[in-house]
Design a protein around this ligand. Sequence first.
Ligand code: NAD
Ligand code: GLY
Length: 369
Amino acid sequence: MKKDILNVELGSYSYPILFGAGLLHQAGELLLAHFSFKRAVIITDNNVAKYYLEPLQSALQNVGIKVDHFVIAAGEGSKSFANYQDLCEKILELQPDRNTAIIALGGGVVGDLAGFVASTLLRGLPFVQIPTTLLAQVDSSVGGKVAINARAGKNLVGAFYQPKIVLMDLSTLATLAHAELLSGYGEVVKYGLLGDADFYQRLLELGGVFEIAKNTELTQQIIKHCCTMKAEIVAVDEWEQGRRALLNLGHTFAHAMEKMADYKLLHGQAVALGCLMAMRLSELLGYDISQAQITALQNHFKAINMPIKIGDFGASINWDIEELVNCCYGDKKASNGGLNFVVLHAIGDAALQNGVAPELVKQVFNEFL
Ligand code: NAD
Ligand code: GLY
């Protein structure tokens, strides 16, 4: 399959995203063609390390790069102050210089944590993203948001720190669990809903992520399309002063559910349900979203086993609607004490809605219980 490239245009911080199958094995040449470095520290997690650490190490060593690595435990719990400190101290023991590259090899957890380490060590070391989940390939590895979690909530301590290059090896998706593929697909659908009605319609017709995954060329096209949409938004609003907030469609609902579930939900699956909720909220607010459109997406999700109700996440969580609404106030997008949501004026046309009445949010949560 053809290698492909997309540039994220950010002036002197612009960077390429490379797409293709098997890129990991060419990582040495591909990275060196883009920037010069002699040492690298790979940060990965224990699942990803099993499959991809050795190939990446070899690819880098083959072009003369000295490589160290650290393996963190897989899972959201690793985006912690403790891991951040531990990684910083351990990397400092290696006496890095300004050109030592920090390479994130993994999903969004590794990317966010490694990126935050890179952004602060020696006031910023060159950072490389090698995303290995669908979610990380369509979203988290692009745009420079890096973060760890705090007691008060997810991603509350972080930075905007762009990578030097993003290397997407589509072959890595072959070892990804179905549930994780589904999670990434939640973010894919989000892109269609927020900004591209034709793309959204095509997704509904393609029959879902597992159908798409059977065709590597189609998978690459879809991942590139999502990255193109994200790159365009990031290029005009890197610091999320306006348009970038639209990428958070479904996220205020999702973050509330994730917080109440103690971050045990898969992020993209929560976003998928959050998007359904955002559609319903938009309908209640009188925008051009119909019940038929909501049902169509529900049916699409149902056919691929994506949660379409809060209860689908499992009976062990004690969902409290008042608490869910309270969590929406705690979200980063809540300002001036009000409830702010990304809504849809129509499919493919997202907008920020400030001061949403809590009763409406409560009604939506209740309807999706
Ligand atoms: P993740 O990083 O936890 O990865 C999911 C699971 O898949 C993990 O168990 C991991 O070990 C495993 N895995 C990863 N790649 C694999 C592969 N190729 N084969 C087999 N197993 C593999 O989760 P995620 O969904 O990638 O990312 C979620 C995180 O991303 C959250 O912390 C979220 O806050 C963050 N996020 C950040 C941004 C951003 O812009 N920075 C955007 C969206 C989400
Ligand atoms: N994932 C949302 C953003 O990068 O802005």
